[in-house]
Ligand binder design. Sequence first.
Ligand SMILES: [Zn+2]
Length: 178
Amino acid sequence: MRGLGTGTRLSPSFGSAFPQTVGCGSLLVMTIEVPSALALSALAMSLIVAARYAISSGAFALATHRVRPGLYTGLNNQIRREVGWSLASAAIYGIPAGIVAWGWQNRGWTLIYTDFADHPLWYLPASLFAYLLLHDTWFYWTHRLFHQPRWFRLAHAVHHESRPPTAWAAMSSTRSRQ
Ligand SMILES: [Zn+2]
């Protein structure tokens, strides 16, 4: 009889979407489940980035409408372009973020922790500050790189095509039409 206590051991990760052991049929399960879990994570993260964009840019567009009514008059085509490019950018940001989030949860790829007791309390604000400093430095230098002619044409022209810029251009920064 196969059952509990008779030597049939379940993998420690049984029940999660990513079985670690490769047994009868589980290689097939793993090869299907890992890519679909990755795709799901990438999709979820892209949707989160898109929703964040819609909420923040929408709020700024609404505030602009209240403070400067008519400022965006006649810019409908430009705004449509800005929203389209921004949603494309949501996928460009969201897909790698989704892959890393999956790796954090399932492969321990990152140093992200969720239990305050894992590190001394001072580490929390210090790591947040270090993260902001590193991220801002990265953002500054990549933005400077994108203003080099070759990179500008390739990846940044669309962002500066918005003249006058509207709130919807916030993430409109992918490839230019060449
Ligand atoms: Zn720029």
